[in-house]
Design a protein around this ligand. Structure first.
Ligand code: HEC
Ligand code: HEC
Length: 297
């Protein structure tokens, strides 16, 4: 703090304390003209209220007096009076640094272990899993949901079921998080609404959901256009990020309307890469939390 600001703040502190102290002392001494009936003669609210004159209650007087003593004591002990540091030499920055150092010391062993250990092993360590859950909450829940059950509105998949778009073994999950993921499903709206709807009925038939049999049979004929990515039987292709259409797990939802929208408009889900934002230890801790089936936080 420059000398200029320091002096300015000291001036304001002295001025404020001075004014309040003066009002306090003056207020206890000043004589208010009082009538015989114990009022000032002031009449309020069209004659319903009259202003009385009473001595300040003792408790109020002493409480106010002690706030001055406490205030001045505070300025002696702690920073507040310009650039003066206070005799306790306390600072919020030093307190933060101490707290961070204590945190590092506490987390150190877990982080050291997490940097190299396989997430499947970390998953049996309750501390590691709890930290992983916290990290998931902070970084991933916005898209995948606090319960990690996914959000069909943005195509963020459920991470706790047994169905994976890109793969569910620990190395693939680690890769998904480090490098990010995306998939491009082209838009087929140009086929016309009828064909898109038939395809949607066929897609629903693949996972055994209710569907119009006649429409599905026609849709099936057009599915060869889709087979290049989703496979001839619709079971998907992790290498292309094309999801399995025969299971009950849906990135964008399995209702007829949602499937029609997926086919008509196409889908381009995007999961951002995390390797520059989270270190390896933290990525492994989150993976451990996912593998341990994301228990409570
Ligand atoms: C901006 C939204 C968003 C955030 C934040 C996000 N994800 Fe994702 N994630 C997605 C989307 C969308 C996909 C599907 C990508 C695709 O289209 O293939 C996905 C896919 C994944 C997959 C692959 C799932 C599978 O079935 O193969 C994993 C694993 C994953 N995310 C984990 C995480 C973790 C862990 C975090 C936090 C570090 C995270 N995600 C943060 C949106 C997000
Ligand atoms: C070029 C490859 C490709 C082709 C061809 C393709 N898809 Fe896809 N499809 C994808 C990918 C990749 C996704 C996932 C999109 C994402 O990651 O956001 C997807 C997603 C979907 C979904 C959403 C699934 C869910 O879980 O919500 C449906 C439904 C679908 N495709 C149906 C079809 C149908 C029907 C056809 C044929 C008309 C087709 N796809 C052709 C690659 C393809």
């Amino acid at each position: 703090m420059s000398l200029h600001w320091s002096l300015w703040i000291m001036f304001l502190v002295v001025l404020n304390l001075g004014i309040t102290l003066f009002l306090f002392l003056w207020g206890t001494r000043v004589h208010i003209p009082t009538r015989d009936d114990g009022t000032t003669g002031h009449v309020w609210a069209h004659g319903t209220l009259r202003e009385g004159v009473r001595k300040l209650p003792g408790w109020w007087y002493w409480m106010s007096a002690s706030t001055f003593v406490i205030g001045i004591g505070y300025l002696v002990l702690y920073p507040g009076f310009g650039a003066y540091d206070g005799i306790l030499d306390w600072s919020s920055r030093a307190q933060l640094e101490q707290a961070q150092a204590r945190n590092e010391e506490r987390l150190g062993p877990v982080m050291e272990q997490a940097r190299t250990q396989a997430p499947s092993e970390l998953a049996s360590d309750a501390d590691a899993v709890r930290i992983g859950g916290r990290l998931f909450q902070d970084n991933c829940a916005a898209c995948h949901g606090l319960d990690a059950r996914g959000r069909t509105a943005i195509g963020a998949p459920d991470l706790l079921d047994d169905h994976w778009v890109h793969g569910g073994d620990e190395d693939t999950i680690l890769d998904s998080i480090r490098e990010g993921r995306g998939g491009v499903m082209p838009a087929w709206g140009f086929l016309g609404y009828g064909r898109v709807k038939n395809l949607a009925h066929y897609v629903r038939s693949l996972s055994g959901q209710s569907h119009d049999t006649a429409a599905a049979a026609v849709g099936r004929e057009h599915f060869s256009t889709c087979a290049g990515c989703h496979g001839p039987d619709g079971t998907g292709n992790p290498a292309m990020g094309a999801p399995d259409l025969t299971d009950e797990a849906w990135m964008y939802g399995g209702e007829l309307e949602q499937i029609i929208a997926s086919i008509r408009d196409g889908r381009q889900g995007e999961m951002p890469p995390w390797k520059d934002r989270l270190d390896e230890a933290r990525i492994r801790l989150i993976t451990a939390w996912i593998l341990s089936n994301g228990p409570s936080y």
